[in-house]
Design a protein around this ligand. Structure first.
Ligand code: NAD
Ligand code: DAU
Length: 329
């Protein structure tokens, strides 16, 4: 199968490219990535001599470019997005452009190409915020509450509309919080690890009791791959990590692993509209695809810490380089 991976120079996209090339020796991969602040070609440098891999720098909103690439592939796995909630609160415009218009541009191109399979990578944040009990599942009503999640919700609707209106062979996944190698250090876990390694404090929003369900990125990639190959056309699958933790618990574990004291925690003003809790019921993916997350949280967290320990050059270049104007922490 020849697969177009949009956003393949970002966190999950990078992990997915390596997953595909490792697990499917017949597959070929084209990455289309604009290389925004979050995209990093260095992530893919070990593939420069790989004959099954091609990188194209470009914007998913560029109709001509997208059309010319989509015609060459059997499937599109669509990761490209503006992905950070805090940024969407400060300025939502690029989120609307990439996440909504960019997704529609890809769908339009798939429609004019011959039978291209389209998998849309989305988020559990489209479902809103949970109380103490309950979990999101495929039938949960949409209730996005940040500009980021609203833009992702819009993109999900457009993908479903392409299925119902044009019979496009699509699937959608809504996944919980990922962690692991190559995650840009503005997200909570890599920010906490790298700040600790630099001897800095770690900002904890509000009372630190917001809950996320953490999934190791390789488990997410395996889930997407399972949907791409075995998922039912037109269907949505929720993917989760079976690892609900408060932010305070996650941070305390990181501090423990790195031998830091609780003084490292800096309680700061809460995020505007901060969703309280996410949790995922992934039984549909378990039953239909025989997929479930395999990495226990502590194991995945230790692998992640080790990766950041051994890849100081990678994150220090980001933290000290051109991106420092947008990284306030
Ligand atoms: P990321 O921010 O690390 O990477 C996004 C990538 O998309 C970057 O390489 C960037 O350069 C590229 N990109 C952005 N705008 C583009 C454009 N207009 N054209 C082409 N490329 C563009 O994001 P991530 O954390 O890897 O998330 C990937 C996808 O998974 C997103 O769609 C996100 O909504 C979804 N998701 C993320 C998580 C998570 O915890 N990170 C969880 C569930 C779903
Ligand atoms: O649930 C899936 C989503 O997970 C994805 O769709 C998003 O792309 C991804 O960024 C992530 O969104 P969150 O907002 O949950 O992730 P973030 O890492 O920004 O924050 C995780 C939690 O930690 C959240 O409750 C806010 C809190 N936090 C975050 C930062 C950056 C802090 O307490 N301090 C911080 O400095």
């Amino acid at each position: 199968m020849k697969v177009l991976v949009t956003g393949g120079a970002g966190f999950i996209g990078t992990n997915f490219v390596y997953h595909l090339l490792r697990m499917h020796p017949q597959d070929e991969v084209i990455v289309l990535d604009k290389l925004t602040y979050a995209g990093n070609l260095e992530n893919l440098k070990s593939l420069s001599a790989e004959p099954r891999f091609l990188f194209v720098k470009g914007d998913i909103c560029n109709r001509d470019l997208v059309q010319s690439i989509v015609q060459k592939v059997d499937a599109v796995v669509h990761f490209a997005a503006e992905s950070h909630v805090d940024r969407s609160i400060v300025d939502a415009q690029t989120f609307l452009m990439t996440n909504i218009i960019g997704t529609q541009t890809l769908l339009d191109a798939c429609r004019t190409a011959k039978s291209v399979r389209f998998h849309h990578v989305s988020t559990d944040e489209v479902f809103g915020s949970l109380g103490i009990r309950g979990s999101f599942r495929e039938s949960t009503a949409y209730d996005p509450r940040s500009p980021y999640s609203a833009s992702k919700a819009a993109s999900d609707h457009l993908v479903r509309a392409a299925f119902h209106t044009h019979n496009l062979p699509i699937t959608i996944s809504n996944c919980s919080n990922n962690y692991g190698p190559y995650c840009f250090p503005e997200k909570f876990i890599p920010l906490a690890i790298t700040n600790c390694l630099e001897g800095k404090k770690v900002p904890l929003y509000g009372d630190g009791m917001n809950v996320r369900d953490w999934i190791f990125v390789e488990d997410h990639c395996a889930g997407i791959d399972a949907i791409l190959r075995r998922g039912k056309i037109g269907e949505t699958y929720c993917l989760g990590g079976r690892s609900e933790r408060t932010n305070r618990e996650v941070l305390q574990q990181i501090l423990f692993e790195l031998g830091k004291s609780e003084d490292t925690i800096e309680c700061v003003t809460d995020r505007l509209g901060h969703d309280r809790r996410y949790a995922i019921d992934f039984s549909k993916a378990e039953q239909e695809l025989n997929w479930s997350p395999e990495t226990p949280f502590l194991h995945g967290l230790r692998r992640t810490i080790e990766w950041y320990r051994t890849h100081e050059d990678w994150w220090k270049r980001i933290k000290n380089g051109d991106n420092q104007n947008v990284l306030k922490k």
